[in-house]
Design a protein around this ligand. Sequence first.
Ligand SMILES: Nc1ncnc2c1ncn2[C@@H]1O[C@H](COP(=O)(O)OP(=O)(O)OP(=O)(O)O)[C@@H](O)[C@H]1O
Ligand SMILES: [Mg+2]
Length: 299
Amino acid sequence: MMMNKEGYYIQTDDIVKVFRLGNVEVQALRGLSMRVEKGEMIAIVGASGSGKTTLLNILGGITRATAGNTIVAGYDVTNASPKQLVALRREVVGHIFQELNLISTLTAYENVELPMLAAKKDGGTRKRRCEELLSIVGLADRMHHKPDQLSGGERQRVAIASAIANDPQVLLCDEPTGDLDSETGGVIVEYLHKVNKEFGKTVIMVTHDPSIARQCDRIYRIRDGEIISVQEPTSDKEMGAASRIDVVRERLEEIKDEIKRLDEEAKSGLIDLGLFAGQRTRLADRQQLFEEELHRLGL
Ligand SMILES: Nc1ncnc2c1ncn2[C@@H]1O[C@H](COP(=O)(O)OP(=O)(O)OP(=O)(O)O)[C@@H](O)[C@H]1O
Ligand SMILES: [Mg+2]
């Protein structure tokens, strides 16, 4: 597969995805650009229908973008042949889906073994690796359980083990804690941090949970198929709580000023109403984000 030596480890440039169903067209992504460095843990947040799953599926070589360029772990995904995409999925990326990650007739062990069978690993390697992976995710004593004999959290842990079975460099996780209570969700995220920090994998995770997003290196916020903001909670943390509050307050004031200016422009007819509506919701969204942040800081 073509290596792209320039640019970022993971990079999308102006990707567009249009789904056509008969006469109906849905623009799931509208020129989305993002950059990720090797070893980062990234959160993707955004409303339902904003394009998060579509983005992950393009990064994972499941869906082809309608336009734009995609690089994953240095590989040129845009121009990859179908065969190369299969290889990408088998060797380069691990993927945890929003639902239905496991085959219900197979045990936990067999589910973890499956990607290794596809990659033609020998029996000894498969056995060693299955046992190792299932003990990493704390399920050594559940190896021979089938999915319906496991809890939701345990099933997601099997899904993690299966996704990293072939030692992929990149792990894509679509709402890995979606159906779980917050405590069980926290355990799943701990395992994902372990995969990121101890095994050096680059992790991109879609989540609805702000407290999970905050534990990542950066948060990409998507709205209507575009990135509308990038946040760096870790660097905020290093800053210390007092100055963090100042920064958040300052940003909040800036946003409020922008909203005021925009409202005035709309009142005096200086701005197209369609444009106004778009910018207004975007700003309101940011305002909410920063207000939530202040709230979390105890104000
Ligand atoms: N295969 C498809 N065919 C047609 N439209 C699709 C298809 N997949 C997604 N869409 C549409 O594209 C948009 C983005 O969908 P996507 O699944 O990426 O959203 P999402 O951000 O993951 O939402 P959620 O948080 O609900 O999972 C939606 O409007 C959806 O209806
Ligand atoms: Mg989704």
